[in-house]
Design a protein around this ligand. Structure first.
Ligand SMILES: C[S@@+](CC[C@H](N)C(=O)[O-])C[C@H]1O[C@@H](n2cnc3c(N)ncnc32)[C@H](O)[C@@H]1O
Length: 243
């Protein structure tokens, strides 16, 4: 298959596709998701969310029930396992649910999770999903760039309607330097060929702050309470804490 990541052309966003979004065997998906998890660790990708959770929970009055956190597009589940360790260390009672469209992803997330974990894994399309119990927080990482702009507006509205306390999007920041850096890094680190293709494509499919503001506006969100914040390397996070 032709490598789509040789050029950096923002205008072709919708034409760029990720290999991991096409059907593949569970073994191939496992190898791909394991390399995304490795890249997440090497690039400190959990930090923005853990910082946000720490600040938010420090300000909260004691909750009557465990803090329910729903992770959308959970993939291999490494992000949610990181949240579980954070909560355990801080003795914060949590109920964690990871949701993914791909049944192989949720099966692999479960396979990679210790039997002692209480995380639940759900297979569903978020755009037609109603949580049985409203989560306090809805989070996602490397998920929104898989959607088109109209679906992102729908997703923003969906989070706003379902999250009781707030939501946090952790995605990539579209910029040439990370795009070229990641292509070189993926080759040197001998990442799975899906990740070598999909990493740069993901950066090219991601958004800049002004585009996030436009999409939040289209979702009729209160812009005063939206935070759009870059994190090194190459992340742009969008979040809202409800008053
Ligand atoms: C790049 S992976 C992100 C995995 C993980 N969150 C991380 O940060 O490494 C994106 C995931 O989003 C899932 N996904 C794409 N569209 C979805 C949808 N409409 N509903 C739920 N999950 C979706 C894909 O199946 C894939 O596992």
């Amino acid at each position: 298959m032709e490598n789509q990541s040789t050029t950096f052309d923002f205008t072709r966003r919708t034409e760029l596709t990720e290999l991991m979004d096409a059907p593949c065997s569970r073994d191939v998906l496992r190898a791909c998701l394991q390399d995304i998890a490795r890249t997440n660790r090497l690039t400190f990708a959990y930090r923005p969310l853990i910082g946000w959770l720490s600040r938010l929970t420090a300000d909260l009055p004691p909750l009557a029930a465990p803090l329910r956190i729903l992770d959308i597009g959970c993939g291999y589940g490494d992000g949610l396992r990181r949240v579980e360790r954070w909560a355990r260390r801080r003795r914060i009672p949590v109920e964690l649910v990871g949701l993914d469209l791909n049944p192989d992803a949720t099966a692999l997330a479960e396979e990679a999770t210790a039997a002692s974990s209480r995380i639940q894994w759900v297979t569903a399309n978020v755009l037609s999903y109603t949580p049985p119990q409203a989560p306090h927080l809805i989070i996602s990482s490397l998920f929104t760039h898989h959607l088109n702009e109209e679906q992102i507006v729908q997703f923003l509205r969906w989070m706003e309607d379902h999250a009781r306390l707030g939501w946090f999007i952790n995605d990539l920041s579209r910029a040439p330097i990370p795009y070229h850096f990641f292509r070189a890094f993926a080759r040197v680190a001998r990442l799975h060929h899906f990740v070598r293709n999909d990493g740069p494509v993901s950066i090219a499919r991601s958004f800049i702050a002004g585009e996030w503001r436009t999409m939040c506006g289209a979702a009729e969100l209160d812009m005063e309470s939206i935070e759009i914040r870059p994190f090194k390397p190459a992340r742009l996070c969008v979040s809202r804490r409800k008053p």
